[in-house]
Design a protein around this ligand. Structure first.
Ligand code: PLP
Ligand code: LYS
Length: 463
C-alpha cells in the first residue's frame, strides 16, 4: 500500500483546525524543548533518550504504552516554584494531577506542601510520609469519613466548600476534641479563559461559595461562630490550563475585598489567602506559558497592593499548582500498530493505548504534540491523527499532527506533556490495563507505579 504525504495546503484546509498547524514544522525530527522534559534529547543514532536512556531500550524493558517521568525535571520545577514564591508563601502541589508515593517523597524532600482532594489521595500522602500539617484537604463533597480521617491525622487545613460542610467539619472536630484550621473556598465570578469543563470560578458551577449576594460573607460569619473551626483564610481557584494572569488578578482583588469586609465587620484580619492552581503549560509549540517567577511576582504584587490600599496587613499567600509542576515532566511512549490512509483526508495512526491512558483529548478537545522517537526520518510530513485501540471513534490521542509519511507498525511514538491528568484520569475502559509510570533519572529507570495485570482486574471482579 502506498502512503502518500498530505502536505498542508488548500486541499486540506477543511480538515485543519482554524489557527493551528498552518503547515508542517520545518523539521519533524527536532524536539521543541518547550513541550519535552528537560533531559529529553535525540542521540547520534537519531533515537530519543530521556535521562540518558534510549526509548527503544525503555520500551523493551517496560513495555508500551508507558509513562516516563523525568525525576530531575520534576524536582527542578518544585524548586522553581518554591524559590519563586520564597519563604513568605507556600506552594501546595495539587495531587490530583498525579500522585504516587515517590511523588510524595520528592515533594517532601523539596519542601513543598500537598493538596489532596479525596480519602485515597490523603491515604497516599500519609503512607508516604508527608507530615499531616503540610496537607490541605479539598473537595466539594467530602464524606464524613474523609473529614474524620483528615481531622484525626491533623491536616494543616481543610478547605470548606459549602454551608453544610462548615457545620459538618466543625461538628466532627468538636467531637474529636479538636479545633480544625480551615479556609473557605469562594467563587469569585471570574470567567477563566479555558475549556468550560475546567473553569471553576464563574457563578454557574459546583465549586465554592459565591461572593455574590453576600454568601461568602455569611459563610465567614457562620464559621467564626463555631468552636470546632479556626478560620485562617479565604481560598479561590479559578480553573485550569490558564495562560492569562488577568483572571488571577481579579480573583486576588475580590478575595482581598472580602478580607476587608471581614475586618470591618468582625474586627479580625484573616492571616491567609490561597489563589489555587491552574497555570497552563505548553502542550504544543503554540503554547506560551508563564514562568513561576513571573506568576509569583504578579500575584504577590497584586495582593500586597490591594491589602495596602485597604489598610490590611499582607496575608500569607499560597498557591496550588498541579499541571505546571508535573505536566511537562512526562511523556507517554506508544508503539504503532496500524497505519490507515484516508485519501484526501488524513492518515490514522493507531497506537497501543488511547483514551484509557489519556482521556483529555476526548474530554476537553485538548491538543498534544507527537514525535517519532525510535528513529529519525526524512520522509515528507503527512497530516495524521494518532488514535488508540478503544471501541470509540472519539478515541483520539492527538487530533492533528504531522508525522513522517514512512511511519509504520513497530515504530515508537511519544506524546509529550502527559505528566498531569493522564495516569491520574486513566481508566480500565475495554478492560485496558493501566500503564506503568517509570521514573527516569541519571541513566536509571525504575517503576514507581506498576502496570496493571489481568489478575488485578479479576481480583476486583468477585461475582
Ligand atoms: C482546588 C484546586 N487546586 C488546584 C488545582 C490544580 O490545578 P492545576 O493542575 O491546573 O494547577 C485544582 C484543579 O484544577 C483545584 O481544583
Ligand atoms: N483534569 C483536568 C483539569 C481539572 C483539574 C481539577 N480541578 C485536566 O486534565 O485538564
Amino acid at each position: 500500500m502506498s502512503r502518500s504525504a498530505h502536505p498542508a495546503g488548500p486541499r486540506h484546509a477543511d480538515v485543519l483546525p482554524e489557527g493551528h498547524y498552518a503547515g508542517p514544522p520545518a523539521d519533524l525530527n527536532t524536539l521543541d524543548p518547550r513541550v519535552w522534559s528537560r533531559t529529553v534529547r535525540r542521540n547520534a543514532d537519531g533515537v530519543v533518550t530521556v535521562g540518558g536512556l534510549d526509548v527503544r531500550a525503555l520500551a523493551e524493558e517496560f513495555g508500551t504504552p508507558a509513562y516516563f517521568l523525568d525525576e530531575d525535571d520534576f524536582r527542578a520545577r518544585c524548586r522553581a516554584w518554591k524559590d519563586a514564591f520564597g519563604p513568605e508563601a507556600d506552594v501546595f502541589y495539587a495531587g490530583k494531577a498525579f500522585l504516587s508515593r515517590a511523588i510524595v517523597r520528592w515533594l517532601n524532600e523539596e519542601g513543598l506542601n500537598l493538596d489532596v482532594c479525596s480519602g485515597g489521595e490523603l491515604a497516599t500522602a500519609l503512607a508516604a510520609g508527608m507530615p499531616a500539617d503540610r496537607i490541605a484537604l479539598h473537595g466539594n463533597n467530602k464524606s464524613t469519613e474523609e473529614i474524620t480521617r483528615a481531622v484525626e491525622a491533623g491536616v494543616g487545613r481543610i478547605v470548606l466548600d459549602s454551608f453544610q460542610e462548615i457545620v459538618r467539619v466543625a461538628h466532627i472536630a468538636e467531637q474529636l476534641g479538636k479545633r480544625q484550621r480551615v479556609q473557605i473556598r469562594v467563587t469569585v465570578g471570574v470567567e477563566a479563559h479555558t475549556h468550560e469543563f475546567i473553569a471553576t470560578a464563574h457563578e454557574d458551577q459546583k465549586f465554592g461559595i459565591a461572593l455574590a449576594g453576600g454568601q461568602a460573607a455569611e459563610a465567614v460569619r457562620r464559621a467564626l461562630k463555631l468552636d470546632g473551626l479556626e478560620l485562617i483564610g479565604i481560598h479561590s481557584h479559578i480553573g485550569s490550563q490558564i495562560f492569562d494572569m488577568a483572571g488571577f488578578e481579579v480573583s486576588a482583588r475580590r478575595v482581598v475585598q472580602l478580607l476587608t469586609e471581614v475586618r470591618d465587620e468582625h474586627g479580625i484580619e484573616l492571616p491567609e489567602i490561597d489563589l489555587g492552581g491552574g497555570l497552563g503549560i505548553a502542550y504544543t509549540s503554540e503554547d506560551d506559558p508563564r514562568e513561576p517567577h513571573e506568576i509569583a511576582k504578579a500575584l504577590s504584587e497584586i495582593v500586597t497592593k490591594e491589602c495596602r490600599a485597604a489598610g490590611l496587613g499582607v496575608p500569607r499567600l499560597s498557591v496550588e499548582p498541579g499541571r505546571a509542576i508535573v505536566g511537562p515532566t512526562a511523556f507517554t511512549l506508544y508503539e504503532v500498530g496500524t497505519v490507515k490512509e484516508l485519501e484526501g483526508l488524513r492518515t490514522y495512526v493507531s497506537v497501543d493505548g488511547g483514551m484509557s491512558d489519556n482521556i483529555r483529548t476526548a474530554l476537553y478537545d485538548a491538543e498534544y504534540s507527537v514525535a517519532l522517537v525510535s528513529r529519525t526520518s526524512d520522509a515528507e510530513p503527512m497530516l495524521s491523527r494518532v488514535v488508540g485501540k478503544h471501541c470509540e471513534s472519539g478515541d483520539i490521542v492527538v487530533r492533528d499532527a504531522f508525522l513522517p509519511s514512512d511511519v509504520a507498525p513497530g515504530d515508537l511514538l511519544a506524546v509529550p506533556a502527559t505528566g498531569a491528568y493522564c495516569r491520574s484520569m486513566a481508566s480500565n475502559y475495554n478492560h485496558a490495563l493501566r500503564p506503568p509510570v517509570v521514573a527516569v533519572t541519571n541513566g536509571e529507570a525504575r517503576v514507581i507505579v506498576r502496570r496493571e495485570t489481568e489478575e488485578d482486574l479479576l481480583r476486583l471482579d468477585v461475582g
